[in-house]
Design a protein around this ligand. Structure first.
Ligand code: TRP
Ligand code: ZN
Length: 472
């Protein structure tokens, strides 16, 4: 839950500048501003310096007819240096009131940066609570790759999807995967609608004065981009797996018939994934299925992945695999995206191999030989850039991250053999459970798990190298 702190003015610089507003504060402790952004190579303004969030308590009310969202966010965080000011990320919405530890605090807004000036400098190590009351019509954000995230209006409600920077459309946040936290998300909607989120229901929904309140709790660390709310009409199915794990599935009634068979396989897929990836890291599972046009992609929202329309089995396997690889072990920056998508894609290959479909080797060969896709340009696109170095933010969800990322894992499997390979992918999930990791952590881990083996050729050609690697 920590990260490197971006460049900020030093105490000496502040003393020389004598600019109390930027550097000072009262009470004797000299502080500096936390800074906007955590120097993510692809989203430099995402996240913020100077503190570490431990818990978000979000109390939201939404009216689909007017698209009106009102919210209170109580953000508990710990200062990582003496803080005279700090930022939250919030895109759109109006801030109505803001307090720090119960005291009114001034704020300013510039783009997505909501800058807070606490009444006095927050000393390093102090836990403090920011309470933001906000309201407005939440925005849909268009990503660098043209896809839509943030707050989406659906046929019968709304949906919040956050990858990579959509959380800031519906709550003020340290909106970067490096700062994971626990969540309480309470949502009030017009009676007759339902509101589904991450984690487990704290209490059964209550209805008063024509509005129903749903109270969700996520007790395991979650990255902001994995937080969701889905508001609308849903058929809800609550079951438990043989091991007692709650399964909470919410399906738009129009997708119910098409979804029934595939969603009934969630326990079977979960058991297969536990066998292959190790113990499931969270305390419930499930899925949220909206209508096809409600979003352009599936997303591995924590506990219960989101699907626009009934998923196929491979997509369900993929999004559930992300619970281990992405949600529990989360990238340190958006550059490490292949650690999410390469693993989730390789999970699909392994599922196919174990269920009388193509072997992972066959999938690898088809990709390498350029016969995987019908369109030759799609086969070419796999080699556009190396998985660990996407060319820009617009390309973090392209096929080199997914398919070529999975090819990296297959190369490792071929180098170490099946037994050690499964030790590696399970051990990786265990070693960084609930944390963050990057590509260097991964290569070091593989090397540690296979002493005496030389992976430098694989890293150089498959992970970091431009163009199509030579046939070995
Ligand atoms: N993570 C999603 C998946 O593969 C895909 C996705 C949705 C995505 N939105 C994104 C990838 C934004 C990168 C950026 O399951
Ligand atoms: Zn994925």
């Amino acid at each position: 839950m920590s990260r490197s702190v971006p460049l900020v003015p030093t105490a000496t610089a502040c003393a020389l500048a004598l600019v109390l507003t930027a550097c000072g504060g009262t009470g004797g402790v000299h502080g500096t501003p936390g800074g906007a952004g955590v120097a993510d190579p692809y989203f430099p303004k995402a996240g913020n310096g100077g503190y570490d969030v431990t818990h978000y308590a979000l109390t939201l009310a939404y009216t689909p007819d007017t698209h009106d969202l009102t919210g209170t966010a109580e953000i508990t965080a710990r200062a990582t240096h003496n803080l005279s000011a700090y930022d939250l990320d919030l895109k759109g919405m109006k801030v109505d009131a803001l307090t720090v530890d119960g005291k009114t605090a001034p704020w300013t807004r510039t783009g997505q940066e909501l800058t807070v000036r606490p009444p006095s400098t927050l000393p390093k190590g102090k836990t403090f609570r920011t309470t933001v009351r906000y309201s407005g019509t939440p925005e849909t954000i268009t990503d660098p790759d043209g896809s839509e995230e943030g707050w989406l209006r659906t046929a019968d409600g709304a949906l919040a999807l956050g990858e990579p920077t959509g959380a800031m459309a519906w709550f003020p946040a340290d909106d970067h995967p490096s700062d994971k936290a626990t969540y309480d998300i309470t949502i009030t909607v017009p009676k007759g609608l339902q509101a589904v989120s991450n984690g487990e229901l704290r209490t059964e929904p209550t209805t008063r004065a024509g509005r129903t309140t749903y109270s969700w709790r996520t007790t395991h660390p979650m990255a902001t981009y994995l937080a969701t709310v889905a508001i609308g009409h849903y058929d809800i199915t609550r079951t438990t797996m043989k091991n007692g794990l709650p399964v909470y599935v919410a399906v738009d009634p129009q997708e119910a018939a098409a979804s029934r068979k595939v969603l009934a396989r969630i326990p079977e897929i979960m058991e297969w994934e536990e066998y292959n990836f190790g113990p499931y890291p969270f305390s419930s599972t499930g899925a949220i299925v909206d209508r096809r046009g409600d979003a352009g992609y599936a997303l591995e929202t924590q506990n219960r992945p989101f699907f626009p329309g009934a998923p196929d089995t491979a997509t369900l396997v993929h999004e559930l695999a992300h619970q281990w690889y992405g949600d529990s072990v989360t990238p340190k920056t958006w550059r490490d995206m292949w650690l999410n998508e390469g693993f989730a894609t390789y999970a699909e290959w392994l599922w196919s191999e174990d269920h009388d479909g193509d072997t992972a080797q066959q999938t690898f060969d088809a990709l390498y030989d350029g016969t995987y896709y019908d369109d030759p340009s799609d086969n070419e696109a796999i080699w556009a850039f190396p998985p660990a170095r996407p060319t820009s933010a617009a390309h973090i969800s392209d096929s080199p991250v997914y398919e070529r990322g999975a090819m990296v894992l297959h190369k490792i499997r071929r180098a170490v053999g099946d037994a050690r390979f499964y030790d590696i992918i399970q051990g990786w999930a265990a070693a960084h459970r609930y944390g963050n990791a990057n590509t260097a952590d991964f290569t070091a881990y593989v090397e540690k798990m296979a002493p005496g083996k030389d992976f430098s050729g694989i890293w150089k050609a498959w992970l970091y190298g431009d163009g199509k690697p030579a046939r070995p």
